[in-house]
Design a protein around this ligand. Sequence first.
Ligand SMILES: [Zn+2]
Length: 253
Amino acid sequence: MLAAKCPGQDRRNWKPEDIFEHECPHCGSWIEFWKTDAKRTCAACHEQVINPKFNLGCALWCAYADQCVGDISSIFMQRPEALKDRLQIEARRYFKDDLERFQLTEEAARIASSLLETEKEADPPVIIAATLLHDVGYPLCQGEGTGEQPEEQARCIREKSKTVAEEIMKDLTLPQGVREKALDLISGESSRDAEDLNLQLWQDILEIARLKQEKGAVDAKPSEGAKPSETELKALRQKLGSENARKRLEQLL
Ligand SMILES: [Zn+2]
């Protein structure tokens, strides 16, 4: 069996901080990592833990990644940021002729990352996948007729986005539970349960991103783009379902 070490890293110039301890996210025991370890098995609970400092850039693309870090989907589960980077590239393929829509999706992904830092109850991979893939079917719904009937088009976008998102998530071998929850959000089939935190957070993320885009503040430096008026802020805040999003709204805009 191959050691879980990345062959791309040179060990000759190690510094003391290249060996460090990290708390197991499953049981709280301390695990010693060398910087070249892609992952270690926790001695206490036997769960596999990804090295938090390991640079996954190469592993996300490398054909031998499974020999180096093991099942790539476990990385995506433990590191939603890595999932975000990967899905961003997938989404870009579908929006290559529609920069504005892609920018909205990217902005939504930035807001999602920020909100997930302070949101302990939601499923990060579900939120990331549903945010980045919510609209991927849009380019497939630009054919004849669909443009004139907004409802027809909205239905088409939900259906096509679901199909495309399903393929993308399957290719990345995301766990079935994650895929199903993300697809429920994308297709509008989720329970609409007021208590569903994933649904609340996802809707809030898209609302905030849309307002930013309306104001021309997407992809802009904080000093550029118009700030929303007090009335717009108030209206948006009333729409938001998640406490976390309401609290941090101004910081996100
Ligand atoms: Zn453990």
